[in-house]
Ligand binder design. Structure first.
Ligand SMILES: [Mn+2]
Length: 316
């Protein structure tokens, strides 16, 4: 990794117009890492443009620098692309960006990353892209100010479930402690990312809890939110169910948790498990065209959740 860090640093050092991007629907980890590097680039006088399909969700608008994130690029020219959390280039979801003929740095911690970059900073052993980018800052001896620290700690906190998941290693806690020393406030980040739900979202979670079902034969806990269920809850923000699959995954006997919900004409699936359960949920997600990590994965497929006359769920 040190060699790749060196190559990435050299590429950044000799570039001036840098485009930073990630997969659509910014999350705390890739988004935090992207903004942290943006802060550094701007502090050195470089042009840094952040373009993310569908922009910043309200839960992450507290991140310093988030108001500069755009949903698309214009006619400007770039000499370097930095992509965060994309296992392959198409996950960027913007043909204008994927079609650019410029050098690319690919930063990720998905085990199925295709190493599409000219330089790849990919380590599936890291808790988060943010922890990897923290190591990169340290390698480059770049200054970690309060804004950078807040962005990186947000990535670590959101990807470790506030240090509750098994990906929390001693290196993760050491990085988090150092980021707090630089001024990042863990309690404030946790408040923004986990403990701010509208009454409507709480009701929707209640409905999703009520719909949960434990299949004792296959040892799976699942829940389904149909269009009808969602009608009752009213219009919800996109991130309304973030974290629900983690809560569903509280049953010790269940090998994994699966949460399916209708979102327009798409069925979204979230899967969670734990290391001691020895299930690779990313393999299940892959069957449906999705992906992710061993213990946290997801997919989206076009279709509609329906129930047949025997009470069996289907996606039509
Ligand atoms: Mn991540």
């Amino acid at each position: 990794m040190q060699q790749n860090f060196q190559k990435a640093k050299e590429l950044i050092d000799r570039s001036y117009n840098i485009l930073l991007t990630m997969h659509e629907r910014m999350d705390g980890d890739d988004g935090g890492a992207l903004l942290a590097i943006t802060h550094h680039l701007k502090s050195t006088g470089k042009q840094a443009v952040c373009a993310i399909k569908k922009g910043v969700p309200p839960s992450l608008s507290f991140l310093p620098g988030s108001k500069h994130v755009r949903e698309d690029i214009g006619e400007e020219e770039f000499d370097l692309l930095v992509a965060f959390g994309c296992s392959d280039k198409n996950r960027i979801g913007n043909e204008k960006i994927t079609g650019l003929d410029i050098a690319a740095i690919n930063i990720d911690h998905h085990p199925d990353n295709t190493n599409f970059g000219d330089v790849n900073l990919v380590d599936a052993g890291k808790s988060s892209v943010a922890e990897l980018v923290y190591d990169f800052f340290k390698f480059c001896k770049w200054q970690i100010n309060k804004d950078v620290a807040t962005c990186l700690l947000t990535g670590i906190i959101t990807d470790t479930g506030s240090f509750m998941h098994s990906n929390t290693k001693t290196s993760t806690l050491q990085a988090a402690a150092d980021l707090m020393r630089q001024g990042a406030l863990a309690n404030k980040i946790i408040k923004h990312t986990y403990h701010s739900k509208s009454p409507n979202i709480l009701k929707a979670w209640g409905k999703a809890m009520e719909n949960s079902y434990y299949d004792a034969k296959h040892k799976v806990i699942f829940s389904i939110m149909t269009e009808d269920d969602l009608k009752e809850t009213g219009k919800l923000p996109q991130a309304a169910f973030d974290g629900f699959a983690v809560t569903l995954n509280s049953v010790p006997e269940a090998k994994f948790a699966m949460f399916l919900r209708q979102e327009g004409n798409i069925v979204k699936g979230s899967l969670r498990s734990e290391s001691y359960k020895n299930v690779d949920v990313s393999k299940i997600a892959k069957l449906f065209g999705g992906g992710g990590h061993k213990q946290a994965a997801g997919f989206s497929i076009p279709g509609r959740l329906t129930r047949d006359k025997n009470g069996k769920w289907k996606i039509e």
